[in-house]
Ligand binder design. Structure first.
Ligand code: NAD
Ligand code: UDP
Length: 324
């Protein structure tokens, strides 16, 4: 294997830190860049002593001069409470961050992979969502800073590819969960597990009939690495996620059962523009990524995530924003 120098932006975050793990274990020279807005150093602390790992505190809205062969661009708050906290900054992170990594990729002739999202489909009227579906996003709603920021980033990736021959990859990630999610990120899996383990009420938004399809982090990381290393003829966008769909009420009941919790379900108002359903069509990924498909069932993945949360000392975690 040829050792490559690889930049992971947002590399201290939930997904980014798992990508760093994989790349460091493969022997690559890994540079992790993060401003620690929604993460803490603990996610990569185990990598700090390794000779092939380097950590830089930096905000991707500002240019950075590095020499690299590959870039995984994961920097962006991903939980609704966090990306809505400073929506203008969220848009800047997506757009300026994309411009900065694409500029670097163009200069270094590096390959660059964008962490896009199922949110580009908005509240979808086509179900499940294939990559050809152009989405139903409210451009002026409270989720738009993230959705439209990610859509603009995809546009930039394809324009740099068409205009400047930058070697790109775009993956559209559907809800992913697992160890190293921030315990105070306000996302549904981390919220429900934290609440169930503490015997607190489980907060269901709306009637809990809205659905999501949850992918365990190991399955997603495998798909992302395959995409980066696949042929230059397949640049995406490609959906990566687990197609098995659950309602939020079903998820709450499974979490209560697995945590053996006495928590009660309580119902809170539904946030604006919350998609009512979401399920990836992964036909394209299967066909082009060596038959890739998720292997970890929800209960198995939740059990691993619950074990991680049980071992956490919550006092050591700083809520990134008051919105969780
Ligand atoms: P996360 O919040 O744990 O990770 C994001 C990381 O980016 C954090 O470490 C954060 O500190 C860093 N960051 C944020 N703004 C930055 C900036 N301006 N400069 C430098 N670093 C910055 O979230 P995650 O779930 O790991 O998401 C990673 C990427 O995957 C994001 O781009 C997100 O949009 C995308 N994604 C995630 C999911 C999911 O379900 N987890 C779904 C779709 C897309
Ligand atoms: N949700 C919920 N209770 C919570 C947090 C979230 O019912 O405590 C719902 C939320 O309204 C959404 C779904 O769970 O319908 C997934 O929310 P999350 O923030 O994890 O991600 P999204 O897919 O909306 O970006």
């Amino acid at each position: 294997m040829k050792i490559r120098r690889i930049l992971v932006t947002g590399g201290a975050g939930f997904l980014g830190s798992h990508i760093c793990d994989r790349l460091v274990a493969q022997g690559h020279d890994v540079i992790c860049v993060d401003n620690f807005f929604t993460s803490q150093k603990v996610n990569v602390a185990h990598l700090l002593g390794k000779p092939n790992f380097e950590l830089i505190r930096h905000d991707v809205t500002h240019p950075l001069w590095l020499e690299v062969d590959e870039i995984y661009n994961a920097a962006c708050p991903a939980a609704p409470g966090h990306y809505q906290y400073n929506p203008i900054k969220t848009m800047k992170t997506s757009v300026m961050g994309a411009i900065n990594v694409l500029g670097m990729a163009k200069r270094c002739k590096a390959k660059v992979l964008q962490f896009s999202t199922s949110e580009v489909y908005g509240d979808p009227s086509v179900h499940p969502q294939p990559e050809s579906y152009r989405g139903n996003v409210n451009p002026i709603g409270i989720r738009a800073c993230y959705d439209e920021g990610k859509r603009a980033a995809e546009t930039l990736f394809f324009d740099y590819h068409r205009s400047n021959h930058v070697n790109i990859r775009v993956v559209r990630i559907f809800n992913t969960y697992g160890p190293r999610m921030h315990p105070f990120d306000g996302r549904v899996v981390s919220n429900f597990i934290r609440q169930a383990l503490n015997g607190e009420d489980i907060t269901i938004f709306g009637e809990g009939k809205q659905s999501r399809s949850f992918c365990f982090v190991d399955d997603l990381v495998e798909g992302i690495i395959r995409m980066m290393n696949g042929p230059d003829s397949f640049i995406g966008p490609v959906n990566l996620g687990n197609p098995v769909e659950f309602t939020m009420k079903q998820l709450a009941e499974i979490v209560i059962e697995l945590c053996q919790s006495k928590s009660r379900l309580v119902y809170k108002p539904m946030p604006a523009d919350d998609p009512s359903q979401r399920q990836p069509d992964i036909t394209l990924a299967k066909a082009n990524l060596g038959g890739w498909e998720p292997k970890v069932q929800l209960r198995e993945g939740l059990a691993k995530t619950i074990a991680y949360f049980r071992a956490l000392n919550l006092d050591q975690f700083r809520p990134p924003t008051p919105n969780f």
